[in-house]
Design a protein around this ligand. Structure first.
Ligand code: LRH
Ligand code: MN
Length: 424
């Protein structure tokens, strides 16, 4: 399915007058509006290929119909999102869920839709039907060298797929760990994992990055072999300059100060990127900004302060990716909301008067520093983010247009009500 440009222009025309008033009011007392708009237009978020269908839990999965049946249809769906918000110009593939059987045509089709291939994800947390050795007791940590070799070979295969598609990075998330005290020798598990990562790192093309994603718990519930930012930092520091830590917002114990972790990883030049989502308890993979939008704002505030301190390019120097799962919402509407929440948090953080904040911090004026932060957080930046979309040729109200065009109904008519996408 493809959305005609004329339908988007028609939609924007209907909303133009109301939007213009709101934007002018919002922009009236804003510094450097054009600078902020350009940054918003440049900021693209990668869509996870494993989150274009309905997700589920061990208790159940309730598919909504019209789900993409193959990688071609997944790229098409991301094309729909990108047409609506001109902010979803990248896809992050998961192997073997999305092996590109014909990389050339897939790459061309994605390119035509303005979509590039972001980080490739390996998968040594499931046993594939044709797999020789099981990952039940881990992959790179495993006590058996043959299992470790199998996992290393898989990651090298994933790099090969990525090279064919023009990707420039590999994300390694390991479900490795233990469920009971005494099950694992932590030091041996770390050393095996490091040795495995080093052999994968050695196969990285010179212009590639490796992202080491940590997670506090699940599917192991006593220890995880890459369990927190400190452990990931230990690996990435020992691996070398192309290795970075990837922060999945849902991979922390409740109430962890993630913005402080972000600030320190940036300071060390070891922050590679994000898996954005939201959560209230565990790795809930909920819509970004749906539970704790203030935390997302505080993370972007640290990102802007830290990236500007290192003169980094906001749009290109870190990997901006979503990692979510949709149990009750339409997957495409959920992803549109997540991209919107990321852009809103970025826009609010761009409005923070960093100079005044530093002065207040120097004077230990905690009241004033909170006033400065929350003035930006409480600014309604929706007209600004909408204006950035308008100037990029996207829809002023993506979800409203998605519904007006009855996209889901059309996808169900085309693909059927029982089509199921690969992924979580
Ligand atoms: C693990 C994780 C990882 C992906 C998977 C789909 O919880 O966040 O990033 O490989 O979800
Ligand atoms: Mn993740």
């Amino acid at each position: 399915m493809h959305i005609e440009k004329s339908r988007i222009e028609e939609h924007n025309h209907k909303l133009a007058a109301g939007h213009k008033k709101q934007f002018e009011r919002a922009a009236a007392d804003m510094m450097d509006v054009h600078g902020v708009l350009q940054k918003l237009m440049d900021f693209q978020v990668a869509i996870p290929s494993w989150a274009l269908g309905t997700g589920g839990t061990r208790f159940g999965r309730f598919p909504g119909g019209g789900e993409p049946r193959n990688l071609e249809e997944k790229v098409e769906d991301i094309g729909l999102l990108h047409a609506l918000n001109k902010s979803s110009g990248a896809v992050s593939l998961h192997i073997p869920w999305d092996i590109p059987s014909n990389p050339g045509p897939i790459k061309a089709a994605a390119h035509k839709l303005g979509i590039r291939f972001d980080a490739m994800n390996s998968n040594t947390f499931q046993d594939q039907k044709d797999q020789k050795l099981s990952y039940k007791y881990g992959s790179l940590q495993h006590v058996n060298q043959h299992v470790r070799n199998q996992a290393i070979e898989h990651n090298i295969q994933v790099i090969r797929h990525g090279k064919e598609l023009g990707s420039k990075s590999l994300t390694v998330w390991l479900s490795d760990g233990s469920c009971f005290p005494g099950q694992l020798n932590f030091r041996k598990a770390f050393q095996n994992t490091l040795e495995g990562l080093q052999r994968i790192y050695a196969e990285l093309p010179d212009d590639w990055k490796m992202f080491v994603e940590y997670k506090a718990h699940e599917p192991n519930f006593y220890s995880m072999t890459v369990g927190d930012w400190g452990q990931s930092y230990l690996y990435t520091s020992k691996l070398g300059p192309h290795a970075y830590t990837l922060v999945d917002l849902g991979h922390h114990h409740p109430n962890t100060n993630i913005e402080q972790i972000v600030s320190l990883l940036l300071m060390e030049g070891k922050l590679g990127g994000f898996h954005f989502n939201d959560s209230k308890y565990g790795d809930d993979d909920l819509t970004v900004g749906s539970i704790n939008p203030y935390q997302l704002f505080l993370i972007f505030n640290e990102l802007i302060e830290g990236m500007d301190a290192r003169e980094m390019n906001h749009a290109g120097d870190l990997a901006w990716m979503i990692d979510a799962s949709h149990n009750v919402k339409d997957p495409l509407e959920d992803l549109l909301q997540s991209v919107e929440a990321i852009k809103l948090a970025y826009a609010q953080a761009l409005l923070v008067d960093q100079k005044a904040l530093k002065t207040a911090q120097q004077q230990n004026d905690t009241v004033l520093s909170q006033e400065i932060l929350q003035r930006a957080y409480r600014t309604d930046v929706r007209p600004l983010v909408a204006e950035a979309r308008l100037r990029s040729g996207a829809a002023l109200q993506p979800i409203a247009l998605f519904r007006d065009l009855r996209v889901r109904e059309k996808l169900i008519a085309e693909r059927g009500s029982t089509s199921v996408a690969t992924g979580l």
